[in-house]
Design a binder for this molecule. Structure first.
Ligand code: 5GP
Length: 188
C-alpha cells in the first residue's frame, strides 16, 4: 500500500471500551498503528504507565506551542493531545480520542474516518466506569457529560457502533476498514 495513511478516529464516551477495542484492533490488524497520546491527567492505579505519556501542564503546553500535536483538547480539566503521527511505512493510523480532538483531526484531514462507539445502555456505562477505579465524583461528571459527547459524536461520526460485545464490535470495525482500504489498494 502506498500514499497517505488512512486516519481512523475512535470516539465515544468515557468507559465505553474504546481502549480495549483499540488494543484489539491493532492485535488483529498488522497494518494499523496506534498513536500514544500525551496527557496531564494523573496515572490511575489500574494503569501501568504505557497508556499515555504522562506530563505536567507546562511540559504539555510547551509541546503544544512547538507544534508537537496533530490535535489537543481539554477534557474534564485535563489536557490530552495526539503527537504528529509517525506510523511505519504502509501503516494506517488509529487514534482513540475525545470528540473535540476528533473535530480538529477531521478539519485537517477531511478523509479521516470517525467511528463512534456507543454503550448498550447508560447503566452498563456506569458499571464500567466504577469498575475501572475512577473516584465516584469523576464517574458522576463523566456520566453527566455523556449525552453531550454522544450528540457531538453523532454529528461528526462516519459510523456508529454499539459495543455490546468486544469481539463483535472489533469485527465490525475491521470490516469497515477492509471496505475503505479496497479502493486505495486497487486505484482505478
Ligand atoms: P481517560 O482519562 O479516560 O484516559 O481519557 C479521557 C478522554 O480523553 C477519553 O475520551 C479519551 O479517548 C480521550 N483522549 C485520550 N487521548 C486523547 C488525545 O490525544 N486527544 C484527545 N482530544 N482526547 C484524548
Amino acid at each position: 500500500m502506498s500514499g497517505k495513511p488512512l486516519v481512523v478516529v475512535l470516539i465515544g464516551p468515557g468507559g465505553v471500551g474504546k481502549g480495549t477495542i483499540a488494543r484489539r484492533l491493532i492485535e488483529r490488524d498488522d497494518a494499523l498503528w496506534l498513536s500514544r497520546s500525551w496527557t496531564t491527567r494523573p496515572q490511575r492505579a489500574t494503569e501501568d504507565g504505557s497508556e499515555y505519556v504522562f506530563v505536567d501542564r507546562d511540559t504539555f503546553m510547551q509541546a503544544a506551542d512547538e507544534g508537537h500535536f496533530l490535535e489537543w483538547a481539554e477534557f474534564h480539566g485535563q489536557l490530552y493531545g495526539t503527537p504528529l503521527p509517525t506510523p511505519p511505512e504502509g501503516n494506517d493510523v488509529l487514534l482513540e480520542i475525545e470528540v473535540q480532538g476528533a473535530a480538529q483531526v477531521r478539519q485537517s484531514d477531511p478523509d479521516a474516518v470517525v467511528i463512534l462507539l456507543v454503550p448498550p445502555s447508560l447503566e452498563e456505562l456506569e458499571g464500567r466506569l466504577v469498575k475501572r477505579g475512577d473516584p465516584s465524583e469523576h464517574v458522576d461528571k463523566r456520566l453527566h457529560s455523556t449525552p453531550d459527547e454522544l450528540r457531538l459524536g453523532r454529528a461528526l461520526a462516519t459510523r456508529e457502533i454499539v459495543n455490546d460485545d468486544v469481539d463483535r464490535a472489533t469485527n465490525e470495525i475491521l470490516s469497515i476498514l477492509g471496505t475503505l482500504r479496497q479502493p486505495r489498494r486497487n486505484p482505478s
